[in-house]
Design a protein around this ligand. Sequence first.
Ligand SMILES: [Fe+2]
Length: 311
Amino acid sequence: MTSVHHDTVLTDDERRAALYRGNIFLFSPRPAALAFADFARALVAEAFGELDPERAQHDLPVEQYVSVLAELKPRFIHHPRSKELLREVLREQGCDLERTYFDVPRLRTSTSDGYLTSGLAYAWHPHRDTWYSAPMTQLNYWMPVYAIEPSNTMTFHPRYFDEAVPNTSSGYNYYEWNTKYRAAASSNVSADTRPLPGPVEEVDISHPLVFVPPVGGLIEFSGQHLHSSVPNQTGRTRMSIDFRTVHIGDIEAGRGAANVDVACTGSSIRDFIRASDLAPMPERIVALFHDGTEDRGDLQYTVAGTPGGRS
Ligand SMILES: [Fe+2]
């Protein structure tokens, strides 16, 4: 059973434990999260100039639209202000900033009506982040940047939280993937030609769990939840922020979601930085994730773009 908590007051330890059991938490907009959404909207508005960012896809040739995103997304991801605002969101959540680590926040765009088909294909694809070498302790946050509606958001398939889904994650190694992705990016190969883990049998997505938070409202969930996106037919481009956290005390204690079907190798653990001062993940923690595949390629994910399968 998946319980959904709305503005439930728990300690951070209690909330993480509930998240690892598959509970989902919704938070009404609060100042830090709203400031983060405002910052994202300001960068988006600057990038699109005179155009309405939610409707710009109707005014621009797709190549030009892609070039706007190609500048906008890395700017948001790597902007020092993004990390500061993310830290404030975690402080607002009651997280211990010395023990909580985050990876860089992503700005996602889901265009309407198949305008950018390469992104849509993977956006719809049901997946667990843990199929992509995310730690079993990973917690995800998701927040809309502009108003959304039920036909244009992310969805959950909660029955699969603790039910195995036959999948191709055994063929995925994080370090190999990083190495190949960089090569693909430099040769302008479409990102979506990369084989990404997915189900090999039909998944019942007929009764998805859908939340429609307001701008600045947060959804927090385990990276083990099977989730996907609704194909956008609203005429407006959806924009959202997402980011991930891990708590090193939980890693050391072996706490996290139960693994029911994850068979990938390697780990994204090095991508996480300490919330308090952006220090790298301690090597003693990284060492806990060694599985003998560390020599297969680049150990760290480079955020040149946004891999579609991870949100
Ligand atoms: Fe994801």
